[in-house]
Design a protein around this ligand. Structure first.
Ligand code: CA
Ligand code: CA
Length: 158
């Protein structure tokens, strides 16, 4: 019966340790992945055909924000905006969101005009924009966490 000498045992033991270390590294990578995707900022919504098999780029349905002293707070990409009082109101500032977030806003109602103000608060746009119809839209991107820059506007309805 062969007998392993001490050198062979040490070599075998080193090899086992190497394999276990390698395995632990892989487990750590898997754990990091699942930790990352469980955090809000990494979450994605999968369509019936999966993210990449989905037929459309899709954002959550719009939710309504009412202006208060020129300010609204966005908490998702797509929002409809309503006046505080009267038939027209200025939108000076959009709070919420962070660097790189994109929002699309529209007026709630065709009879109430939302005037997006350029440079009054934290909106930097290509001039003021009166969204006087619920079909008018504006898309902005957050730059640096506190400023929203216009990407595009569409005056779709009178
Ligand atoms: Ca401007
Ligand atoms: Ca319009």
């Amino acid at each position: 019966m062969p007998v392993l000498d001490l050198l062979e045992i040490n070599t075998f033991s080193d090899k086992v340790e190497e394999v276990v270390d390698d395995l632990n590294d892989k487990i750590r990578l898997i754990n990091d992945f699942f930790r990352d995707v469980s955090e809000n900022e990494h979450q994605v919504t999968m369509g019936p055909n999966g993210l990449f098999g989905s037929a459309f780029v899709h954002v959550k349905a719009s939710s309504e924000l009412t202006i208060a002293s020129g300010v609204v707070t966005a908490d998702q990409t797509f929002h409809s905006i309503d006046v505080e009082t009267g038939s027209t109101d200025d939108l000076d500032t959009i709070n919420g969101g962070g660097d790189g977030d994109i929002i699309i806003i529209k007026a709630v109602h065709a009879d109430r005009t939302i005037v997006v103000k350029d440079g009054t608060g934290n909106l930097q746009t290509a001039g003021h924009f009166s969204m006087d119809n619920s079909t008018d839209t504006m898309m902005l991107i957050n730059s640096g966490g506190s400023t929203w820059l216009e990407l595009s506007r569409s005056n779709n309805g009178a």
